[in-house]
Design a protein. Structure first.
Length: 173
């Protein structure tokens, strides 16, 4: 099964005179750093973080499927005027699919802790862009029910983005 597995943390520097160098440090891509007094706590934090990230990735994949389904359902509304938006959405969907693979493949690399968060936020931003294009199209066509369905999906994306950005903002000891 595909899954995110970040595993990078900084070991203490026993010869250093600085107190901050006596800890294990985990740096994450949402611009947070976490310190731990022993390795077990750092590794346990990485396990919890991986679980969190995999759950969010699962949610993003589910929303990707829903957005793709909505796009295909609304595809007939793309007339000549909206053809450029149609082409843009198709390209964005393909690009998001590649980003999903990058999130998995690069999570285990040296910069995996950073890559995962940043690429997941990029996926969210691009899904939001597709929702905005589809919502604007439905507003022009006066399809308010479809528009509200898209707004519900957009709100779910906002919630996922918020949880990713705010994941463990406090420092650990």
């Amino acid at each position: 099964m595909k899954k995110i597995k970040i595993e990078n943390y900084e070991n203490p520097k026993p010869l250093s005179i600085y107190t901050k160098d006596k800890y294990y440090w985990v740096w994450l891509g949402n611009e947070t750093k976490h310190r731990f007094s022993n390795r077990k706590h750092a590794e346990a934090f990485l396990v919890r973080t991986n679980r969190f990230l995999n759950e969010r990735l699962f949610e993003l994949n589910r929303l990707y499927v829903e957005i793709f389904t909505e796009y295909r359902r609304l595809w007939f509304y793309f007339d000549r005027k909206a053809m450029e938006s149609n082409i843009q959405i198709e390209g964005t969907l393909e690009w998001i699919n590649k980003k999903f693979n990058i999130v998995i493949d690069r999570s285990q690399g040296i910069n995996g802790n950073f890559n995962v968060f940043q690429n997941m936020l990029i996926i969210v931003d691009n899904l939001k862009h597709i929702i905005k294009v589809l919502t604007d199209l439905q507003t022009q066509k006066n399809n308010w029910v479809e528009r509200y369905n898209l707004i519900v999906i957009s709100n779910r994306l906002d919630e996922i983005e918020k949880t990713i950005r705010n994941y463990n903002l406090q420092e650990h000891n």
